[in-house]
Design a protein around this ligand. Structure first.
Ligand SMILES: [Mg+2]
Length: 171
């Protein structure tokens, strides 16, 4: 099965962390707001430094969204406004139905997504680069995938494969 082509029925929401998961920096410390789009269409920070994302992220978000998955964000950053500004400038807001961006334990973020969507935590998958978040959400029944070098097509495909394996085990 090609997990980037064939949708998994009982997987309803795909949730991403931001820092070191969709982009390679901490938005609260490594870049300087305000951000803007320069004359070449690149997003830059206050010093004119290019603000990057992991290269395959736009394609991944577009593919998953076209496949019919609902997408969400769960970030603990305190730089909520800055993160929101980057999501806007990268033109990624069109992909995300749920955005939970504020400090605290990520179980709070997921409980909110559950409440807003009516989708069970066991029907969600979560990608994050920090082991403590992975542990917290695994304990709640979310298939949680530790991301080492940012999100890319391989990470997603392997992650969904893990979701399918975990779901089969429990049923
Ligand atoms: Mg992170």
């Amino acid at each position: 099965m090609d997990y980037l082509k064939d949708k998994v029925d009982n997987l309803k929401i795909i949730v991403f962390d931001l820092d070191y998961t969709l982009w390679p920096f901490w938005v609260d410390t490594h870049v300087t707001p305000p951000f803007r789009t320069d004359q070449n269409g690149k997003v830059v920070d206050a010093y004119g430094q290019k603000v990057k994302y992991y290269p395959e992220v736009p394609e991944v978000l577009q593919t998953l969204s076209l496949m019919g998955y609902t997408l969400g964000i769960a970030s603990r950053t305190s730089a909520t406004e800055e993160a929101e500004q980057l999501l806007d400038l990268f033109d990624w807001n069109k992909y995300f139905t749920y955005k939970q961006i504020y400090p605290g334990c990520k179980t709070t973020h997921f409980n909110r997504i559950h409440k807003d969507s009516g989708v069970r935590l066991s029907q969600m998958i979560f990608f994050d680069d920090e082991i403590r978040n992975i542990r917290d959400l695994k304990a709640k029944g979310v298939t949680s995938i530790l991301v080492k070098d940012g999100v890319n097509k391989r990470v997603i495909s392997e992650g969904i494969k893990t979701f399918v394996a975990e779901n089969n085990d429990s049923e």
